[in-house]
Design a protein. Structure first.
Length: 232
């Protein structure tokens, strides 16, 4: 068991521990900001005067015009679902964003998080256009459902970092958990999580293909994404 843990999580744990030991909390400044912003949005949207403004800047629905959805998508990462405990969202952001910020860097963490969220947002529109009779379709009523908030970004980042650091089993377990979620409760949020994973796996595949196709001296210690080179 110890050997499995060392092989599965050793590189990831070593990277995170070294960063925290060397720089402390400043190494996860982006994550702490994201946690505070999410908590602030939750506090404001639960006020009688705050729900409307938060919805206007960070609430995305498939029925919205596309340009409005795209403008709101960046902030939608930090608007937690009203019907779920906010502490769960804050804990997920703290852990997954924190690990990603250390392992990938701040800019790349934001890019991966946004890509995952955008994949879920765009899937909702495609799914509704396909209709409920399609295996990938959604009922028209889902057009009025608010998108997933930070959860799609968290799921996408978790899978990307796990696979990037060769924690293959952990990455697959996250994917399986999301599949089970859809089977047990086939709602929009669960299907958007799967769309986010699919989008991130495409990004991962493109990066792996580019690394194998164009190796460079800098890729010996990674490809600029904070991990050893991708190996089959």
């Amino acid at each position: 068991m110890r050997e499995f843990a060392r092989h599965e999580w050793g590189p990831l744990f070593g990277t995170v521990r070294a960063a925290l030991a060397e720089r402390g909390w400043p190494s996860v400044a982006l994550t702490l900001g994201a946690v505070c912003l999410t908590a602030l949005f939750q506090l404001v949207q639960n006020q009688s005067w705050g729900y409307g403004p938060i919805q206007a800047i960070g609430s995305v629905r498939a029925e919205d015009p596309l340009w409005v959805a795209l403008l709101r998508t960046p902030l939608s990462l930090f608007v937690p679902a009203l019907h779920l405990p906010v502490w769960g969202a804050l804990a997920q952001i703290l852990v997954v964003f924190g690990i990603s910020e250390i392992c990938l860097g701040r800019v790349r963490t934001l890019l991966i998080a946004y890509a995952a969220t955008l994949a879920g947002t765009m899937y909702a529109r495609v799914g509704i256009a396909l209709g409920p009779d399609s295996p990938l379709g959604l009922p028209a009523s889902d057009a009025r459902v608010v998108d997933t908030g930070p959860s799609a970004a968290v799921v996408g980042l978790a899978v990307f970092v796990c696979w990037r650091y060769r924690a293959w089993l952990t990455g697959w377990l996250v994917i399986v958990a999301m599949v089970v979620e859809v089977i047990v409760k086939p709602n929009l949020a669960g299907k958007e999580h799967l769309a986010a994973i699919a989008g991130i796996l495409v990004v991962y595949g493109v990066l792996a293909w580019r690394q194998r196709r164009s190796p460079s001296p800098g890729s010996r210690g990674g490809t600029g994404w904070g991990a050893p080179p991708i190996r089959s």
